[in-house]
Design a binder for this molecule. Structure first.
Ligand SMILES: O=C(O)CCC(=O)C(=O)O
Ligand SMILES: [Fe+2]
Length: 221
């Protein structure tokens, strides 16, 4: 049982500009996203473990939509995988990203200018982790919208200065939304632990954790 089952899970401002909205996605929306991620994982670029310049291999498996992320830049083509052009970023995902901003920051937030153009889909099996890092290959200060499906995890949300403290550990469960923008846009964050077997098979994901981050690259072409 995760802490979320014991205590009410309320929307929480984790740091200035960083909002956690538990259970924001319906099971139906999660199913749609799981199906979409399955389709993206089938091609044109497969889900793969990213190799880092130092030779390390990331434990999560990733597939990208719109723009392909590789350490440490974006490209339209998956230059470190199979060279194929990545799948188009669909309009419905733009709308979901805008709805996420309204949910996080209120009706008055002007989201018409928000144009996420890349989605990084990460799949975590029970042993996968993600070290503390900043999402900083984007040339836009627009918020990052993060959607989680499947097994719960510990999401560590820190500060913009160091990989270490101060940070806050947040349990992200299936359906949770986390948005980080404004003064938190370039904060370090990571996933130190996944809790295997905590997901709901009704989402269509029978094991593991799926995280989708929507971002504005600020790139053209
Ligand atoms: O899996 C998560 O919740 C975070 C993923 C992340 O930080 C990233 O893809 O850059
Ligand atoms: Fe990140």
């Amino acid at each position: 049982m995760t802490a979320g089952a014991l205590f009410p899970r309320e929307p929480a401002l984790i740091a200035p500009g960083a909002m956690h909205l538990p259970g924001w996605l319906s099971v139906e929306q999660q199913r749609k996203l799981v199906n979409a991620c399955r389709a993206w994982a089938r091609g044109p670029v497969p889900l793969r473990h990213t190799t880092l310049p130092g030779g390390g291999v990331m434990s999560v498996r990733t597939v990208c939509v719109g723009w392909h992320w590789l350490p440490y830049r974006y490209s339209r083509t998956a230059d470190d995988v199979n060279g194929a052009r990545v799948a188009e970023f669909p309009d419905w995902l733009t709308e979901l990203g805008r709805a996420a901003l309204v949910a996080a920051f209120g009706e008055r937030s002007d989201t018409t200018g928000y144009r996420p153009d890349t989605a990084l889909v990460n799949f975590y099996d029970g042993d996968a982790r993600m070290g503390m890092h900043q999402d900083k290959e984007e040339r836009s200060g627009a918020p990052v919208v993060s959607l989680s499906i499947g097994d719960s995890c510990v999401f560590r949300f820190g500060n913009t200065q160091t990989r270490g403290r101060p940070y806050t550990d947040v349990v992200l469960e299936s359906g949770d939304l986390f948005v980080f923008g404004g003064p938190s846009r370039f904060a370090f964050h990571g996933v130190p632990k996944v809790h295997p077997g905590t997901g709901d098979p009704a989402t269509g994901l029978s094991g593991g954790r799926l995280n989708i981050t929507l971002r504005e690259t600020g790139l053209s072409g």
